[in-house]
Design a protein around this ligand. Structure first.
Ligand SMILES: [Zn+2]
Length: 407
């Protein structure tokens, strides 16, 4: 504010109101846009609103119980200064003791300003009126020969609707969009029981229940899906293969690359059989694969998998190991234990019940905590957490030393 108004010193004037003048007024006060106050328990809270901020002054008489009641313009600006004559004590502001009202003021959590929503930016334009072409596209996806729901309407009938009926249906859909109310019949389903093949028809458990919904409802869902699908799809990361049309994800876990490669190759071979028997065409060219580190010395190894012809896509893993992964396994493990501060230091071994009270000293004589390992005079040098993060020479020397000491 000083910068904007080109002033060097901002003076804040404490004013007292009088019976005749409820809101303060100082001649020449140019930046005040509103002034309101509250009064409760004799506590006077006055908020002055300016172009960019509000300044609130609180006056609490010595014997009053502290409460905070916001004046109506308190949240008018994002920046709020609160100053006051609170007449209370708290160690936080230099007193030797804290009194009850001091607690009250300390706990005063001023409400955060509300985020201003811009609704027009939130719907990505997906909420507009449904159009003829959307209805036509959805009708094309209906399959013949499907059982009707509670409205007894079959897909064949819908496919043969004339223009006036389609118009009526589209009006219904747009009405649902506006009112957010579904027809009651859509919320009911017709449940029929199908006998499982080769099962005893006398037992209820031999039947599989199928619930039939109205096709007009499914048509409405299809229109929504056609609209939302592309917008959602472009927001998803390409690594997500599950729950996407035409995509499948296969995850395999094991101790070594060779087994993983064998397992994946076998699964893909099975997949080929599934594809062939369902008259589908597998597409190895569009298949991507990725490995997450199993053995650190093999962190950069790529999987070797075959599927019909070679698979071409390789995704670089999005996450990388912390630096130092090229170290020997046991040194790398110790380095990480030093980084996170959890490892087999003697005080931890005592805590975990592996040692007794007398054995917690390091060879240097100090109690051996994880923190001590970084400064122990017996280690080849000192190292800091930053050294550990960078896995520099100091950190590697220390990790090597403690790895040999079986930490
Ligand atoms: Zn030591």
């Amino acid at each position: 504010m000083c910068k904007e108004t080109k002033c060097d010193v901002l003076c804040i004037q404490e004013t007292h109101r009088t019976e005749v003048m409820k809101t303060p007024k100082i001649i020449g006060m140019k930046h005040v846009t509103s002034a309101y106050f509250t009064e409760e328990n004799d506590i006077e809270i006055l908020t002055i609103e300016m172009d960019k901020c509000t300044v609130t002054s609180i006056y609490k008489p010595p014997n009053a119980q502290f409460t905070f009641k916001k004046p109506p313009n308190f949240d008018a600006q994002k920046i709020n200064f609160v100053i006051g004559d609170f007449n209370n004590h708290h160690t936080s502001w230099g007193y030797e003791e804290t009194d009850e009202n001091g607690h009250g003021v300390k706990k005063l959590r001023l409400p955060k300003p509300k985020i201003k929503r811009r609704k027009e930016n939130e719907n990505m334009g997906l909420g507009g009126t449904f159009l003829d072409i959307e209805l036509e596209a959805a009708i094309k996806t209906l399959k013949n020969g499907k059982a009707a729901g509670r409205d007894d309407m079959c897909t064949e009938q819908i496919r043969h609707f004339g223009n006036r009926t389609k118009r009526w249906l589209l009006d219904l859909f747009n009405n649902i969009r506006d009112t957010l109310k579904l027809p009651k019949v859509w919320r009911k389903s017709k449940i029929i029981a199908l006998l499982k093949p080769g099962k005893n028809p006398d037992l209820p458990s031999s039947y599989r229940p199928v619930s039939l919904l109205c096709h007009t409802y499914k048509l409405y869902e299809r229109i929504l899906l056609n609209r939302l699908g592309p917008a959602i799809d472009e927001k998803l990361v390409k690594e997500q293969a599950g729950f996407r049309p035409d995509d499948a994800a296969i995850a395999v876990q094991d101790n070594n690359f060779e087994t993983i490669e064998e397992k994946l190759t076998n699964v893909l071979e099975h997949t080929s059989k599934y594809y062939t028997s369902n008259h589908l065409k597998p597409n190895p060219n569009k298949t991507l694969f990725c490995a997450f580190h199993l053995r650190n010395r093999e962190a950069n190894r790529k999987l070797e998998i075959t599927w019909e012809e070679d698979i071409k896509g390789w995704i670089e893993p999005a996450e990388h190991l912390p630096s130092g992964h090229e170290l020997q396994w046991h040194v790398w493990k110790t380095l990480n234990q030093l980084r996170v501060g959890v490892g087999r230091s003697k005080d931890n071994m005592l805590k975990w019940g592996y040692l007794n009270d007398q054995e917690t000293s390091c060879h240097c004589g100090t109690i051996q905590t994880m923190a001590h390992l970084l400064v122990c005079p017996l280690a080849p040098g000192l190292c800091t957490l930053e050294d550990l993060t960078n896995a520099n020479q100091k950190a590697m020397d220390v990790a090597q030393y403690w790895a040999n000491e079986n930490i």
